[in-house]
Design a protein around this ligand. Structure first.
Ligand code: FE
Length: 142
């Protein structure tokens, strides 16, 4: 599903295999290494991605799937813990063939090409989350 190397203490370079679902692979990696506080960033390419937009007025999520070859121009996110499980909050900017971009909160992405991530583990930190009624979001509990 992926390969990785620890380039310095608590900092990993992670390569996700072709055709894998990136978020599932990243979640597995974090679970395997017990990373419950940290950061992720990366680049790569996908053939499909589902993004999510929260309408703050209605507190309703709108999900949309883009099924086309796109570059991960930028991926950035954080790693925390909710209900004793890894909780990923990841945003992505995807470049299309016509050089326009789509962007948003990332739910799933199927790799088609490479996916090169840097994962930083903050082993002494604790980042919990809790549902917040006012925003409809799972906010940090800090
Ligand atoms: Fe988000």
């Amino acid at each position: 599903m992926y390969s990785y190397t620890e380039v310095e203490a608590n900092k990993y370079v992670l390569s996700i295999d072709n055709h894998q679902e990136m978020m599932a692979a990243l979640r597995d990696f974090c679970q395997e290494h017990e990373i419950f506080a940290g950061e992720v960033r990366g680049i790569g390419a996908v053939s499909e991605a589902t993004l999510r937009f929260l309408n703050p007025a209605t507190k309703k999520y709108v999900d949309r799937t883009f099924s086309e070859q796109m570059e991960i121009a930028n991926l950035i996110g954080n790693i925390s813990i909710k209900d004793n499980e890894v909780y990923l909050h990841v945003h992505i900017t995807l470049g299309r063939e016509d050089y326009t971009a789509v962007a948003g909160h990332l739910l799933t992405a199927t790799i088609n090409g490479a996916c090169e991530l840097v994962v930083e583990d903050w082993p002494d930190g604790y980042l919990g989350r809790k549902f917040d009624e006012e925003t409809g979001l799972n906010l940090y509990e800090i």
